[in-house]
Design a protein around this ligand. Structure first.
Ligand code: GAL
Length: 812
């Protein structure tokens, strides 16, 4: 008996370890040990090259984010036709005024113990800005064009087994190649995948959930593989890791397995219930050895786009309450960081946002993983240009050679993400003009359809009249309109799809905590301080204020949603101050570059967040010198009416009404005269009863620094970040909304100071330096974990202010 037990155990271990050993598909992340230089002389790709003097960096890395800000980088003189400009002017901060132009080299020396004779190896880049030229052990092994593309190179014949390898990557960013800050360098992950010869094809497995059978969901899996006489076993695991279905296939066709597996009583994926399953697909050779095991997360969800009815998710009509996002992470630049992305999505969840458009390029894998997990629908975009240029050295240079390859990689690498519900082949491409453009639109859409027949394709169109005439708009699966609220009705009638998407909306401009008087709606309004007013009434010549979109979203069932430009401010494109220095980041964000909410955040929240109430008062109430002057008060709330009091005196009751779009969505007291003290608002429920109240008060002088962390415990992985909001309050604890004190930051213990950001688009202070001025009373400090667990302390000091301290923790 004893013996039997022993031998069974042995056998089990043997089988287990055999499976493990044989299924040696391993991913090696090339994160450490990199050297970087922009001052390279000679053959930096050769094995013997001495790079010991180059800067030591880790990847992801953005070489330009350390600045300095300077107007001389990438000054773009020209006409921006899309903005309706007629004369050439000098644009200084268009690409962020950071030194991203030029050539940079990266080198890494590494061994891959997992790689042995008979194995296969792929080198994967998840984005390299830009025009990467890749060398391994002195030999050129590949190159790419677009800096946003994912691509891989088969290095089986060039990777040395049991020895050191030298990888060198040359990147080149030309001037006039972008309309925003693109970042620079190896800003996303680089990794090596080692597999058996007989294995699944890279990005070759496609999981869809096309239909239900009674109470069951049908999970359709198509998996491409290399090899012969193989078999495939799939286990579907639920979120608790419990196997809920399995299937074995021995029949394959043209190197592809096709399985349809039923899952009983499925938990459906949606933004409210982001339930994820895992498909464990195992590939066995003819002799029964396990060759590869893939773990692919997916969701069971049903999407439908129906003429005149709209978009439905799992049978429920759903509108996109979406935001467009550029890829930079403010003070971190373009270097991908999951904690920063997670924080963005946490802020967007609170906003009530349910969708993201990756404008105008491929999203990072990390962002898609988080969208799956946290519940956001995703419009994944590919290009900002096709064959016709917007900027001289933009994607137009790569279009002919790369467009198909870029789309194929985008779709194959990301199509299993349940979050993706639509593709976009382009944004405001100048190809909207002319017959060639119509052909290109069809060609690109066909490529998307070929690679993924389950999701529709859109293009964000700004030349709506032209696309009505040329047939461009009619051929798209979903016509997307950028702005042009006045053309929605006409586009709906002209285009055959019976649906219109607000692929890009609003482009309202504002600076957090800055208010201008008199309060009037304006286009392209400029002020001497290069800020825009937070009364949320200022837009560009081509764009509009949020309320104009709300009217269409609410009144037209055939409008399937909107993607607001933008969820967060981003580096570059400082409209309306493109020609003004210093101005280097955008004013479009619902939240600022530091991720701090502007007033507009609460306007959207009052519509989008149906779970929690919003009651927000603007402006702040520190207007020394404006005593007795008209200082309108706006309230953003989901309640229909409210009463306003200034120092206990009623300013009357306001009720939302249809007189203007603003009256419909905001409560406004336009005649309030400023007197210091307390502003209080009482919101009424539908029975006219006081529901909730909110107060703001005039603050005295800044007295004390206050710190608040988004997360007090972070992971000791050298990557995680705690975002600490820093503000100042007066002696009575009242926030000082106009404070601009210069502060210093010190981090001790198991963390490092990484960066700070105050959201001021005109600030030339560098993010990574350990001091910065408050902007409208606030800024955010980023504290990064090291790889050792322990206590971390951040101390913030400022002249004449009581020091702020916060204790954080990092854990394994
Ligand atoms: C759109 C464009 C965006 C951004 C925005 C600013 O036309 O698609 O990339 O430039 O305008 O309003």
């Amino acid at each position: 008996m004893k013996l039997f037990f022993k031998s069974t155990l042995f056998l089990f271990l043997l089988v287990f370890s055999t499976e493990k050993m044989m299924s040696q598909s391993a991913t090696v992340l090339l994160k450490d040990n990199w050297r970087f230089s922009k001052e390279v002389k000679g053959d930096a790709f050769s094995v013997d090259y001495d790079a010991s003097k180059w800067e030591k960096v880790t990847v992801p890395h953005d070489w330009a984010i350390y600045g300095p800000f300077d107007k001389k980088w990438d000054i773009q003189t020209g006409i921006i036709e899309q903005n309706g400009e007629k004369e050439a002017t000098e644009k200084t901060g268009r690409t962020g005024a950071l030194p991203h132009i030029g050539t940079g080299w990266y080198r890494n020396t590494f061994a891959v113990p997992e790689f042995k004779k008979g194995k296969k190896a792929l080198l994967i880049f998840e984005g390299a800005m830009s025009e990467p030229q890749v060398y391994l052990n002195g030999k050129k092994i590949g190159n790419w064009g677009y800096g946003y593309s994912y691509f891989y190179i088969d290095i089986t014949n060039d990777l040395l087994a049991g020895k050191e390898n030298v990888l060198a990557v040359k990147l080149t960013n030309l001037p006039f190649s972008s309309r925003w800050y693109p970042g620079a360098g190896l800003y996303r992950n680089v990794s090596i995948v080692v597999k058996e010869e007989e294995s699944f094809a890279q990005w070759g497995t496609f999981i869809t959930t096309p239909e239900t059978k009674g109470n069951n969901a049908v999970v359709d899996i198509k998996a491409e593989f290399h090899g012969a006489n193989a078999s495939m076993v799939t286990e579907i695991k639920d979120a608790n890791n419990k196997i809920v279905a399995t299937q074995k296939s021995t029949d394959s066709k043209e190197g592809k397995f096709h399985q349809t597996i039923e899952v009983a009583k499925p938990n459906l994926w949606s933004p409210e219930t982001p339930y994820l399953y895992t498909a464990v697909t195992k590939l066995y050779a003819a002799d029964g050895t396990l060759k590869e095991e893939q773990n692919i997360k997916f969701g069971i969800r049903y999407i439908k786009y129906e003429p005149n009815k709209g978009f439905s998710l799992n049978g429920k009509i759903t509108k996109f309450k979406g935001v467009c996002l550029h890829h930079d992470l403010g003070p971190l630049g373009a270097a991908i960081n999951k904690a920063a992305l997670r924080r963005q999505l946490t802020i967007l969840k609170d906003l009530g946002c349910n969708a993201i458009r990756s404008s105008h390029n491929m999203p990072s894998f990390e962002q898609l993983e988080l969208a799956d997990e946290m519940g956001f629908m995703f419009l994944a975009e590919s290009f900002d240009e096709w064959a016709k240029p917007k900027v001289e050295n933009g994607y137009n240079r790569f279009f002919e050679e790369y467009a198909e390859k870029d789309i194929v990689n985008l779709v194959r690498a990301t199509r299993n993400h349940p979050s993706i519900v639509m593709w976009s082949s382009g944004n405001e491409v100048p190809d909207q003009w002319g017959a060639e453009g119509v052909k290109r639109a069809r060609w690109l859409q066909d490529i998307f359809h070929r690679e993924d027949p389950t999701r529709p394709v859109t293009v964000g169109m700004d030349q709506v009249k032209a696309t009505m005439e040329s047939g461009f708009g009619a051929l798209l699966d979903i016509p997307g309109l950028n702005y042009r609220v006045h053309l929605y009705e006409e586009a709906y009638k002209t285009f055959p799809q019976g649906l219109i998407l607000g692929s890009e909306t609003a482009s309202t401009v504002s600076s957090r905590g800055i208010y201008k008087f008199p309060v009037v709606q304006a286009k392209n309004k400029e002020y001497n301080d290069f800020q825009s007013s937070s009364y949320d009434l200022e837009a560009c010549s081509w764009s509009n204020v949020p309320d104009d979109d709300f009217v269409l979203q609410d009144d037209k069932p055939w409008v399937i949603g909107e993607f607001v430009w933008t969820g967060f401010d981003y580096l570059g494109e400082p409209t309306p101050y493109d020609e003004k220095w210093p101005s280097r980041s955008s004013y479009f964000g619902i939240s600022d570059l530091a991720g701090l909410p502007k007033d507009r955040f609460y306007l959207y929240r009052s519509r989008w967040n149906t779970k929690y109430k919003t009651l927000h008062i603007l402006p702040h109430w520190n207007w020394k010198g404006r005593e007795g002057e008209v200082t309108p008060v706006f309230v953003y709330t989901n309640y229909d009416s409210a009463e306003l009091f200034v120092n206990g005196k009623s300013m009357g009751i306001q009720k939302k009404n249809n007189a203007t779009p603003q009256n419909r969505y905001r409560l406004m007291w336009n005649d309030v005269k400023y007197e210091p003290g307390t502003v209080k608002v009482v919101a009424f429920d539908s029975n006219g009863k006081a529901a909730i109240t909110k107060e703001i008060k005039t603050a005295g002088d800044p007295y004390k620094i206050v710190l608040e962390a988004d997360r007090k415990t972070i992971k000791a992985d050298g990557e995680d970040i705690s975002f600490v909001t820093v503000s100042v309050v007066d002696k009575n604890g009242i926030p000082c909304p106009t404070a601009v004190n210069e502060l210093q930051f010190k981090v001790t213990g198991a963390g490092t100071y990484r960066a700070a950001c105050n959201g001021d688009a005109t600030s030339l202070e560098m993010f990574h330096e350990n001091h910065m001025k408050l902007f409208s009373g606030k800024l955010v400090v980023l504290v990064k974990a090291v790889e050792k667990a322990g206590a971390i302390q951040l101390e913030v000091t400022g002249k004449g202010l009581q020091t702020g301290k916060i204790n954080l923790m990092s854990k394994r």
